[in-house]
Design a protein around this ligand. Structure first.
Ligand SMILES: [Zn+2]
Length: 67
């Protein structure tokens, strides 16, 4: 793990249409694959792979269990 308090940098690596619809407005859902790492950590152990979901219409952050 990295030191506490180091800056997190998130790099978008992929963007794709996700199945399901936004529970707020019914818009389409986009999935973003991100690599999260600490700005000052260069070891591979500092990398974390994340996937986030956003509505393409209202831009709300969505969580997977809504689908
Ligand atoms: Zn929406």
């Amino acid at each position: 793990m990295c030191f506490l308090g180091c800056d997190k940098v998130e790099t978008e690596v992929a963007r794709q249409q996700a199945p399901g619809f936004c529970p707020y407005c019914g818009g389409k859902v986009q999935a973003f694959d991100l690599i999260s790492r600490c700005r000052f950590c260069f070891l591979p152990i500092g990398f974390r792979f994340k996937r986030k979901y956003f509505c393409s219409l209202c831009s709300r952050r969505l969580v997977l269990y809504h689908f």
